[in-house]
Write a protein that binds this ligand. Structure first.
Ligand code: SAH
Ligand code: SF4
Ligand code: F3S
Length: 441
């Protein structure tokens, strides 16, 4: 018997990359690779990269620089770059770092076995096509392997929105939805392997319009209702949504669908209509707030999260104040804020940039407000009766950690709780980044 080859994958960026890395590991499993957590032990190292901000993209090159000596010590080691930097920079990566053997864009992962074979023959491999076929259908899975209780499932990829700051439409390509039956069979398979909670992923997941069994187009709400029937599956989430695709049937699903969790990530980016227009978002602050009102009417306890960019070209202090005002009005359970990063090839890159010190200052102020809201909402959970999906043992003996309906990390001192259980609890304390709870009878 040959000893299995070892694969080390490092994942950057969004949840879609996390899902892709899992699928790549399974595909290369079919070529005799087992995963390792130790880069030094690996026969192949894959960096699954993110191009969203300059810092994220540059990290890849410093990481490659660190890996180079490993290859000097072990000439058979193969180094690959996957993900959005691979798509955006292609061959340039091999020019900048000749230790790289493989560059593979997000839409061609199903061709990894052929590429791996080329590497074994001492060749280099590069594939950044946008082929027609559904890559996930062609990628292997290990049907019986046990899974953690919470899993991602990509149902939609790509983006046709072209926000003026964003690389995603270029790195992931046009919007495509997977057919309902394929999503359902993957969800049933995950449930049979121990998964209780599925987060449906897409760059614009609420624009989902996959083909149903009868050939007609189905919405994300239709898909959620179909998943609601999957035995063993207890919780459904989805991310990331765009305000312009928040249709009524999705609001109704938040009201009526028992397995759909009361949490929604709905990025708005800015509270200034002038900036929203320049961002090409095609919604206003007001229309966003109206959606939030309708959501809360449908599901009063829904927890909201959002993304914000500060220092977008031509953003004034007044524009920034409008963003703070919107945040105050919404009251977010979580929010992610970023300093605008100029991305090559995007329309906003050509415009007058905000002074970097000013942008830093705005970032600090927005983060202070967000943290304040986040902590107040966490504190408001104390005394509430919630349910926790147990994910892993905690840091202390006898402690278990999981997630509430609202995605807060909750730890309980109950060693009888098993991974995958959904445990009724009462929240007793709010800590900085988590909640403490006792189990209810
Ligand atoms: N599809 C999602 C988000 C994709 S990227 C949506 O439409 O909202 C995740 C977040 O990164 C974005 O919401 C945005 O806040 C941030 N982002 C994207 N491009 C950026 C850039 N050039 N500079 C700073 N932040 C950026
Ligand atoms: Fe990027 Fe905008 Fe598409 Fe989101 S909707 S992925 S921010 S272009
Ligand atoms: Fe980054 Fe690509 Fe995701 S750019 S955020 S890894 S879609």
């Amino acid at each position: 018997m040959t000893t299995p080859k070892k694969l080390f994958i490092k994942t950057y960026g969004c949840q879609m990359n996390v899902y892709d890395s899992e699928r790549m590991a399974e595909t290369l499993g079919g070529e005799g690779y087992v995963q390792t957590e130790v880069a030094e032990d690996a026969d192949m190292i894959l960096l699954n990269t993110c191009h969203i901000r300059e810092k994220a993209a540059e990290k890849v090159y410093s990481e490659l620089g660190r890996l180079k000596p490993l290859k000097a010590a072990k000439p058979d080691l193969k180094i690959g770059v996957a993900g959005c930097v691979a798509q955006a920079e292609g061959e340039e990566i091999m020019r900048r770092q000749p230790a790289v053997d493989l560059v593979v864009g997000p839409q061609t992962y199903h061709r990894l076995p052929q590429m791996e074979a080329a590497l074994r023959q001492g060749k280099k491999a590069l594939d950044t096509d946008f082929p027609e076929e559904d890559k996930f259908e062609k990628m292997k899975s290990r049907p019986k392997a046990k899974r953690a209780p919470s899993a991602f499932l990509t149902v939609q990829e790509g983006c046709d929105k072209f926000c003026a700051f964003c690389v995603v439409p270029y790195t992931r390509g046009a919007e495509v939805s997977r057919p309902v039956d394929r999503v359902l069979s993957e969800a049933r398979d995950l449930a049979s392997r121990g998964v209780r909670e599925i987060t449906l992923l897409g760059q614009n997941v609420n624009a989902y319009h996959g083909a149903g069994a009868d050939g007609s187009e189905k919405t994300l709400a239709d898909l959620i209702w179909a998943l609601n029937e999957v035995e063993g599956l207890e919780r459904i989430r989805f991310t990331t949504s765009h305000p312009n695709d928040m249709q009524d049937d999705l609001l109704q699903a938040h009201r009526d669908c028992p397995k759909l969790m009361p949490y929604l990530h709905l990025p708005v980016q800015s509270g200034s209509d002038k900036i929203l227009k320049r961002m090409n978002r095609s919604h206003t602050a007001e229309s966003y707030l109206q959606i939030i009102d309708r959501l809360r009417a449908a599901r009063p306890d829904i927890l909201l999260s959002g993304d914000f960019i500060v220092g977008f070209p031509e953003e004034t202090e007044e524009d920034f104040q409008a963003t703070l005002e919107l945040i105050r009005q919404v009251n977010y359970g979580y929010a992610y804020s970023f300093k605008y990063s100029t991305r090559p090839g995007t329309p906003a890159a050509e415009r007058a940039q905000v002074d970097p010190d000013e942008a830093d200052d705005r970032l600090q102020r927005i983060q202070a407000l967000i943290t304040e809201q986040q902590q107040a909402i966490q504190a408001s959970m104390v005394g509430r009766d919630l349910n926790v999906l147990i994910e892993k043992p905690g840091r202390f003996d006898g402690q278990m950690v999981g997630k509430s309906e609202y995605l807060h990390a909750v730890h309980i001192d109950d060693s009888t709780a098993k991974i995958g259980d959904i445990v009724p609890v009462r929240i007793t304390e709010a800590k900085r980044n988590s909640l403490a709870a006792v189990t209810r009878e």
